[in-house]
Write a protein that binds this ligand. Structure first.
Ligand SMILES: [Cu+2]
Length: 96
């Protein structure tokens, strides 16, 4: 009984700890509006990303967006999307 309870808590914990959030992703290698568009298009394809919230700011080399779940799996998918567009995520993704 206790074991099942602990298992249920461990299962629930990640969804409680990582809720919806606004995040900031620093991106290296963007030089023009075409880069911003390429990154934006890739980010739109990532599950858990709110498409309407994506804003890539060239001047600051930053993508700001909302995610349904700010967990490691989502961050990994975002990094992969940026890489597949030909750019690179610098440092850790910042949760606001
Ligand atoms: Cu460009």
């Amino acid at each position: 009984m206790l074991r099942q309870l602990v298992a249920a808590l461990l299962f629930l914990l990640p969804s409680l700890a990582f809720g919806a959030a606004n995040i900031e992703v620093k991106i290296d290698g963007m030089t023009c509006a075409g880069c911003v568009e390429a990154v934006t298009r890739k980010l739109e394809q990532v599950p858990n990303v709110d498409k309407a919230s994506i804003k890539v700011v060239l001047k600051e080399n930053t993508a700001r967006l909302s995610v349904v779940s700010a967990d490691e799996q989502t961050f990994k998918a975002i990094k992969k999307a940026v890489t597949s567009a030909g750019y690179k995520v610098v440092g850790e993704i910042k949760v606001n």
